[in-house]
Ligand binder design. Structure first.
Ligand SMILES: Cc1ncc(COP(=O)(O)O)c(C=O)c1O
Length: 374
């Protein structure tokens, strides 16, 4: 197994004697991330307001180019925001304003999405059809239950069971979905875990993801990629960053720029973008690819599936299926899962639990797994 730990020396120096299974939650920054953070501070100190020119002319185009290549896209049209929730609400509220009344989603969506949809439902703005699936359901079955709504929202990789829906399965499913349905895919747990090829899907789907997990850049870089063949929506929640290109004309009426930039909000902390660019330029210079990290995670998962398992829990793993870069153990109750997490933490083993699932991540800085881990 390859050893990537020296790329994370600064973070790891604070976790001597720990076993870190938390990369799926808040990934450690590689040392290059600290250099990116320093670069952001330097830009602010030396360029004041002019730093935005450097950001828009240099850093942001680089970030777009990296993301586009990681997702296998043929374009670089995307917009950034501090988190995905901001972009999701901006999009959802625009769609609802344009008449969307129904949403089909799963019960395995991340808390922000779940809570936001519950809020729209409670406010009477949206009728939500929640679809539940089992870990053992095929990708085809999971997808087949989604549809027949104005908006469909789902994750490519589910946060509570690590099921990863292969891109080809999503493509097949999409062919059956009416063109009037808006499809939004949350890539947070699939993005930067392996080389993706989402160009075809992005012809008609919105893609959403961010930086603080597998992209290793810390918080602050949520992004939205609108469909290449979708309508140019005019978001009703809109900030002055959507007006940048138009500022010189001093528009008196509300105008929107071309492309994804129309989904911009307002002033944000750009240090995440600096970290992101430094980190991924470093991996590029080192000739280390997403597929190297994927291979590493697969090896760790195989090992985890063969060691002595925790009592009272079922490992959700199938060697023939695709998984995210974490595995889940299903306990009977939420309390059992969180007690087990605490038990591991007492032994300096860092992981997390969500509801009745214990989740262990397989980050590149995790190198070996003891047989008696549990
Ligand atoms: C599936 C998924 N989407 C999105 C997010 C993050 O959302 P946000 O950037 O709005 O905090 C997470 C975080 O754990 C997630 O698991």
């Amino acid at each position: 197994m390859k050893d990537y730990r020296h790329y994370f020396s600064r973070s790891l120096s604070h976790f001597k004697d720990y076993l870190l299974f938390q990369g799926h939650s808040h990934h450690l920054w590689p040392d290059a991330g600290f250099a990116g953070h320093e670069m952001a501070a330097h830009l602010a100190a030396t360029q004041a307001d002019l730093k935005w020119q450097t950001l828009y002319q240099d850093i942001i185009p680089k970030a777009k180019s990296i993301i586009s290549s990681q997702l296998g896209l043929s374009h670089q049209d995307m917009v950034f925001a501090p988190n995905t929730h901001e972009l999701l609400t901006r999009l959802m509220e625009t769609l609802m304003h344009r008449g969307a009344k129904t949403l089909c989603t799963t019960t395995s969506e991340f808390y922000s999405a779940r809570r936001q949809f519950q809020s729209y439902q409670t406010a009477g703005l949206l009728k939500v059809n929640w679809q539940k699936h089992e870990f053992t359901d095929s990708a085809e079955q999971i997808l087949e239950n989604l549809g027949a709504a104005d908006i469909v929202f789902f994750s490519q990789c589910f946060f509570d069971n690590a099921r990863f829906l292969p891109t080809e399965e999503i493509e097949k499913w999409l062919a059956k979905i009416p063109s009037s349905t808006t499809v939004i895919i949350d890539l947070y747990h699939s993005y930067a875990t392996r080389q993706l090829k989402l160009d075809q899907i992005n012809q008609r789907c919105y893609l959403l993801a961010g930086s603080y997990k597998y992209a290793m850049a810390g918080e602050g870089v949520g992004f939205l990629i609108p469909p290449q063949q979708g309508p140019d929506l005019n978001p009703i929640n809109t900030g002055w960053f959507a007006q940048f290109e138009l500022l010189e004309n001093n528009p008196k009426t509300l105008q929107y720029p071309q492309g994804a930039q129309r989904f911009s909000g307002a002033t944000y902390d750009p240090s995440g973008l600096c970290r992101f660019v430094k980190v991924w330029q470093m991996w590029q210079d080192e000739k280390i690819t997403l597929n190297d990290f994927h291979q590493h995670a697969i090896e760790l998962q195989k090992k985890l599936s063969t060691i002595t398992q925790p009592q009272g829990a079922k490992l959700l793993y199938h060697p023939e299926q695709e998984h995210g870069h974490f595995l889940c153990w299903q306990f009977q109750t939420r309390q059992q899962a969180s007690e087990y997490q605490q038990k591991l933490l007492d032994r300096k083993i860092l992981c997390d639990s969500r509801e009745n699932y214990l989740r262990l991540g397989q980050a590149p800085y995790l190198h070996s797994i003891p047989q008696d881990l549990f």
